[in-house]
Write a protein that binds this ligand. Structure first.
Ligand code: SAH
Ligand code: DHB
Ligand code: MG
Length: 209
């Protein structure tokens, strides 16, 4: 999508407050990778979570807490966001900002490799899962989504267009194949009703049937 469209939508629907602006500035200054969701994607996440009355949400890939703060702000006072992050530096940064945002009662950051932590959640029920970490294991993360998310809940994945690489048949690396397989399942697995919304780097959304 053109930058003009994204800017128009973001200015109208997804203005950042001071906290989100300073999170991004400090993240840039201190060398965190500049791969948080876009503001309009943050707003899309809020719309999706609100539309299903989400109370419990699971995120895979916290980084600096930018998407976590957008999502936690769409949860009720008794809500809970559990977010998994492999890098302790990212997790510590996110923890500071979650606290500054006054959301530490809603957000728990668990440090570790997602594929190690997800099995410990078996038997729990979430209203939505947001997949935004490494791309190779996306098919496995999708399977965990089907296990952990209630009927009528959402499996959501960022980077569904993967910089356009999913469209280019010459690109066959494992990360791109992971995103392609995720999209294929979102499109064809009868257990979800899915769509790919071409916002920013693409957001794949599946409603669990
Ligand atoms: N959701 C964040 C952006 C996440 S970037 C936001 O929008 O603000 C991807 C994050 O996933 C990085 O912080 C990276 O360290 C983490 N990550 C990568 N592989 C992981 C894994 N196997 N398990 C858990 N976290 C992982
Ligand atoms: C990259 C971007 C992301 O948004 C992400 O979740 C993981 C990796 C990247 O551009 O490398
Ligand atoms: Mg991402």
């Amino acid at each position: 999508m053109s930058d003009g469209v994204e800017e128009y939508v973001s200015r109208l629907f997804a203005a950042e407050d001071e906290l989100l602006v300073s999170l991004r500035e400090e993240a840039d200054r201190t060398g965190l990778p500049p791969i948080s969701v876009s503001a309009d994607t943050g707003r899309l996440l809020q719309v999706l979570l609100t539309s299903i009355g989400a109370r419990r949400v699971l995120e895979v890939g916290t980084l600096g807490g930018y998407s976590a703060i957008w999502m936690a702000r769409a949860l009720p006072a008794n809500g809970a966001l559990l977010t998994i992050e492999i890098d302790p530096v990212h997790a510590a940064f996110a923890g500071r900002y979650v606290r500054r945002a006054g959301l530490d009662h809603l957000v728990e950051i668990r440090v570790g490799r997602a594929l190690d932590i997800l099995p410990s959640l078996d038997g729990e029920r979430f209203d939505a899962i947001f997949l935004d970490a490494d791309k190779e294991p996306l098919p496995t993360y999708f399977d965990w989504g089907l296990r952990l998310v209630r009927r009528g809940g959402l499996i959501i994945a960022d980077n569904a267009l993967w910089g356009g690489k999913v469209l280019d048949d010459r690109v066959t690396d494992d990360a791109t194949q992971g995103v392609r397989e995720l999209n294929r399942r979102m499109a064809t697995d009868p257990r979800v009703l899915g769509i790919l919304v071409p916002t920013h780097d693409g957001v794949a959304i599946g409603v669990v049937r």
